[in-house]
Write a protein that binds this ligand. Structure first.
Ligand code: ADP
Length: 397
């Protein structure tokens, strides 16, 4: 039995066909530049430990054509009959969903109603759902929400100190994102460290292009650094994270920008890219900093300072703090960023293990600290597997 997992962006579609129990992937790939002339699709087929890759044009096709190509590939590989359900990553489920949901017309309507909260993501997710339902009408389709895991936050964590009507009438509150990754990684860490599933405290740092920290108590999200949108919180690849909201009006007045332009710059031209003036890619920044690039060094230092501050502040919201968990492209690979972060957290009882930290990269997982109050551990995230598992669980296949 296999689950087809789809993660659909406005001009891209990531897909994977995998076994929700073993996690074995049979087919995966990425369609890009959808809706444009150069639309293309990459297919990776896995069999007997070997990977066979091909890339082809989609002839200007969009989500429908990409899904049709995936379907044709499943037929060609003789795998179509094995597909039991389709799991869709959906970014925003508002306050309605605290768990995955079988996609019905009512569920689709709620995803549509959440468009104002995620104007770029939810329409793209709906386009993927529509294309997949047309291609696989006989299969159950499940929506797995980025926001769902964080619905266990309490008002003290999710409310902003703004007029009440902004919340009750307009839904202005903190929702949090990366929930699928945080939930998966937290579960893995509990198993790896032999913690009690019903009594533990973790702080998970998901550090990729987007970055967020979540505190997890007894399997439940207590607080998370992304807010109403993914702009809040940490310094990220191109996002500023927390800034004084008054700077929007200031830049409109002083620089003659529109509100949309300022918001666009905070999302796409800020963060590591804005600070360094060089790149949003941590690998490139580490290299440049080693060669004496002052902007790259400042970007790294600010990234780490904000990260360590956030982690430390989340420790106060937990009953107990057992472990700090690193994941995502930076968290899983950058021993430098991890070392700098752990160094700053020394006063909270974290004792880094330099050698273990250095060697835990490129898919290696495990503990990177010595005995202390808190254990630091690296866990590889796997959102596709989590979506496949939750989908299989919901449709009971
Ligand atoms: P996304 O959020 O798009 O899924 P990833 O989780 O793949 O992104 O993370 C991308 C980030 O991980 C980039 O900043 C990249 O530079 C960083 N990264 C990947 N490998 C390394 C490495 N060896 N050292 C430092 N940073 C790395």
């Amino acid at each position: 039995m296999q689950i087809l997992v789809l993660n659909s962006g406005s001009s891209s579609l990531k897909f994977a066909l995998l076994d929700p129990v073993s996690g074995d992937v049979r087919l995966s790939g990425l369609a890009e530049r959808l809706g444009q002339e150069e639309a293309s699709i990459r297919l990776d087929r896995f069999a007997g430990g070997e990977r066979e890759r091909s890339e082809e044009s989609l002839g200007g096709g969009a989500h429908t054509e990409a899904v049709a190509r995936v379907l044709a590939e499943l037929d060609a590989l003789g795998l179509r009959a094995d597909v039991a359900a389709v799991g869709h990553r959906v970014v925003h489920g508002g306050e309605t969903f605290n768990a995955p949901a079988l996609i019905t017309p009512e569920v689709e309507a709620v995803i549509r109603a959440c468009i104002p909260l995620a104007p770029l993501h939810n329409p793209a997710n709906l386009a993927g759902i529509e294309a997949a339902r047309a291609a696989f009408p006989e299969l159950p389709h499940v929506a797995v929400f980025d926001t769902a895991f964080h619905q266990t936050m309490r008002p003290v964590a999710y409310r902003y100190a703004v007029p009440e009507e902004w919340y009750t009438h307009y839904g202005v509150r903190r929702y949090g994102f990366h929930g699928t990754s945080h939930q998966y990684v937290a579960g893995q860490a509990v198993r790896m460290l032999g913690l009690n599933p019903g009594r533990h405290g973790l702080i998970v740092a998901h550090l990729g292009n987007g970055c967020s920290v979540t505190s997890v108590q007894d399997g439940k999200s207590r607080d998370t650094s992304m807010g109403m949108t993914p702009l809040e919180g940490l310094v990220m690849g191109t996002r500023s994270g927390n800034v004084d909201p008054s700077l929007v009006e200031y830049m409109v007045r002083e620089a003659g920008m529109t509100v949309q332009e300022v918001t666009g710059a905070l999302n796409k031209e800020s963060g590591l890219l804005g600070l360094s003036g060089l790149s949003n890619d941590m690998r490139e920044l580490e290299e440049a900093a080693r060669n004496g690039h002052a902007g790259a060094q400042l970007a790294i230092d600010k990234f780490v300072y904000r990260l360590a501050q956030t982690i430390a502040s989340y420790a106060v919201g937990l009953h107990r703090w057992d472990a700090l968990v690193f994941t995502g492209g930076i968290g899983e690979n950058s021993s430098y960023i991890r070392a700098l972060t752990m160094e700053r957290l020394g006063s909270l009882g974290l004792v880094p293990d330099e050698r273990a930290n250095e060697s835990t990269v490129r898919g290696e997982q495990g503990v990177i600290s010595r005995e202390g109050w808190v254990t630091a551990v690296v866990v590889s995230t796997n959102e596709e597997l989590m979506i496949a598992r939750q989908t299989a669980e919901l449709v009971k296949v």
